[in-house]
Design a protein around this ligand. Structure first.
Ligand code: MRU
Length: 358
């Protein structure tokens, strides 16, 4: 394991050796408050699973893999809090905490994937061993996500030619994962191989993940980045030879339909029109093979004041009604490749995805 882990006392600490928005320290979960970035770097500590669920809803932590890892640590906090009741056979508090975590955001399947993995262990572990065994599991989920991001980065970068310009949307970087990132993992790895000449980062209304988070991550590493307003995407793809649109995902259906941050669908249509390829970078925990196509992916509707206001200040006419879908679904025919830790799925479809996971 390439990180600061004490497996003999996994309840104590896990701080990955590379940048991660999540830390496990002294039996508490620490989250980098992404609402304050890039101007303030503040870590918040959690000892209660319900507060962790609220932190996920409130976007303290966001990005599908990061949400899953956070929920896994949330289960450990619940066990630590209710250990005595668990030893005497009562699982009610634990179950209600897991339910609160499961309901914290609806689209990212990684959340349920992580909770299922934790729940399977709960069912097979002696109550006395639960806390340390589950802490080990949460740490394993965290470390595995970092490792998978590096593998995704290598596979994705293998498709990119020298001198390429790429466009990304939202933030699918270290901040959205255990570390390194999915879409930004590909960009980081390809940049390290001298293949990227320019990144365009879409600003991503209404939370500005592109403006606040992606541009911060890329500039920290000296990767040439232009921030682009949402409405400038078409013009940018038309005026510049952008080779790849590279994005992450919150959930991928069995047919290759990709749910990702609202605006991804627009970009994919623009990309097809302008002869630019679309790469979706995601770990296998983002696949929901129980869902046959994109119509069944639940789309989170967030509060409309996120659209009408910015940081509590109104930016629209008083009383205007808004809609705020947080994700959209891009059909597989608009996606050229999906890259996972296992390799590359060309022309995603029910058949190619089935073969990938066979
Ligand atoms: O609302 P967010 O910020 O959680 O949305 C995040 C995204 O849409 C990411 O692209 C996706 O979760 C993939 S993160 C590796």
């Amino acid at each position: 394991m390439s990180s600061t882990t004490c497996l003999h006392d996994s309840l104590a600490n896990f701080t990955p050796t590379e940048f991660s928005p999540i830390r496990w320290r002294n039996r508490q979960l620490e989250l980098l408050d992404q609402r304050q970035l890039p101007h303030q770097v503040e870590w918040l500590s959690y000892a209660d699973a319900n507060e962790v669920a609220q932190a996920i809803t409130d976007m303290v932590v966001r990005g599908a893999p990061a949400i899953g890892i956070t929920a896994a640590y949330g289960v450990v906090l619940s066990i630590l809090k209710h250990q005595d009741a668990l030893i005497s056979g009562s699982t009610n508090n634990l179950k209600s905490d897991i339910q609160a975590l499961a309901q914290s955001r609806p689209t990212a399947i990684n959340l349920h994937w992580a909770l299922d993995r934790m729940s399977a262990l709960i069912d097979t572990t002696e109550p006395q061993q639960l806390a340390s065994r589950l802490a080990e599991e949460a740490i394993a989920i965290h470390q595995q996500d970092i490792d998978f991001c590096h593998q995704i980065g290598q596979h994705g970068a293998s498709l990119i030619s020298e001198g390429s310009q790429v466009y990304t949307h939202c933030n699918a970087g270290a901040l959205a994962t255990g570390g390194h990132g999915t879409a930004l993992g590909v960009i980081r790895t390809a940049f390290g191989q001298n293949k990227i000449s320019q990144v365009y980062a879409g600003e991503t209304r209404p939370w500005f993940q592109g403006a606040r988070l992606t541009s911060w991550e890329l500039l920290e590493e000296g990767i040439p980045t232009f921030l682009v307003t949402e409405g400038a995407a078409g013009h940018t793809l038309k005026q510049n030879k952008v080779d790849w649109v590279i994005v992450g995902s919150d959930r991928i259906a069995a047919d290759g339909s990709v749910a990702n941050k609202i605006g991804t669908y627009n970009l994919a249509i623009l990309a097809r029109h302008h002869g630019c390829k679309v790469m979706v970078a995601a770990p296998s925990s983002t696949f929901d093979l129980s869902i046959q196509n994109g119509n069944d992916i639940p789309i989170e509707q967030r509060p409309t004041d996120e659209v009408t206001h910015y940081k509590q200040s109104a930016i629209s006419a008083d009383g205007v009604k808004a809609i705020n879908p947080s994700f959209d679904v891009t059909p597989p025919e608009l996606v050229d490749v999906i890259v996972t830790e296992r390799g590359i799925i060309h022309n995603p479809s029910t058949e190619t995805i089935k073969a990938h996971f066979a």
